[in-house]
Ligand binder design. Structure first.
Ligand code: ATP
Ligand code: ATP
Ligand code: CA
Length: 218
């Protein structure tokens, strides 16, 4: 059976999720208080409805019980976001993803039982900051408060040398978990693997270690 999704709040973030899920052929119920927003998604989502998600009866009437994954993308109205999440949780929705507006909001969402809390502005800000530090830093993914994964172009500082030559784990406490070379991915590379300038390295480690690695080798 096909998975069913619902997106509550069709701002830029929720709207983008709705578009992408629909483009991928998923069944999506789009919901917003605002008539104009809903009209924008009539031809994109499987269903688009004008409704207030803080009204439990409305969500029940719309059949939210049968939805597998709900994305709550209400921004500024933190109270509405929390109340909606709480109602969905009480309805027994298996997977609830919520966009947090700030750290305080995030904390409460976790307490209420949101399965996934996302913080797109903050996370994208971090990614872009790392990309600004060096054009060779392609991506940056937070694993926890103090651990991350970075994707970096090897460049001239690392090209032509092996992992042993660079002694990355011993020197920086980070691990190269994979090397992307053209269409190939070398998972768990050998210490003797010679890095090419055009390689992309996937590096995992504590933020402070990654930071030293970025400063010295990227
Ligand atoms: P973005 O940054 O993603 O553009 P935002 O963070 O600025 O959005 P808002 O514009 O505050 O978020 O909210 C997103 C959408 O959520 C709006 O279109 C708004 O109408 C809708 N919304 C707010 N409260 C509710 C509610 N109780 N029920 C349904 N939709 C709601
Ligand atoms: P370690 O003492 O760090 O476990 P090791 O005894 O397993 O290393 P090798 O696997 O030969 O020795 O690696 C030698 C050195 O090369 C390591 O100490 C490390 O600094 C570096 N190195 C090897 N593989 C990696 C990797 N995947 N990521 C980062 N550094 C590596
Ligand atoms: Ca916003």
């Amino acid at each position: 059976m096909k998975k069913e999704f619902a997106v509550i709040g069709l701002g830029r973030f929720g709207g983008s999720i709705c578009r992408e899920l629909s483009r991928e052929g998923m069944e999506v119920l789009a919901l917003d208080l605002d008539e104009d927003k809903v009209n924008e998604y009539r031809d994109i989502a499987s269903h688009a409805v004008i409704a207030d998600s803080t009204d439990e009866n409305v969500l029940k009437e719309l059949g939210f019980r049968n939805i597998d994954h709900v994305i709550v993308a209400i921004g500024d109205n933190i109270q509405a976001s929390m109340l909606t999440t709480l109602i969905l949780k009480e309805m027994g929705i298996k997977m609830i993803t919520v966009k947090a507006q700030n750290d305080y909001h995030e904390k409460i969402l976790n307490k209420i039982g949101a399965d996934q809390v996302v913080h797109p502005e903050r996370d994208m800000g971090k990614r872009i900051a790392h990309n600004i530090i060096s054009n060779n830093i392609l991506d940056y993914i937070e694993l926890s408060d103090d651990h991350s994964v970075v994707e970096v172009k090897a460049g001239s500082k690392m090209g032509g040398q092996t992992l042993v030559d660079l002694d990355i784990r011993a020197e920086y406490g980070c691990n190269v978990v994979a090397i992307k070379r053209d269409k190939d991915v070398i998972v768990s590379p050998m210490a003797t693997e010679e890095i090419k300038e055009s390689d992309v390295l996937i590096v995992i480690g504590a933020d402070k270690d990654i930071s030293r690695f970025e400063k010295n080798l990227v």
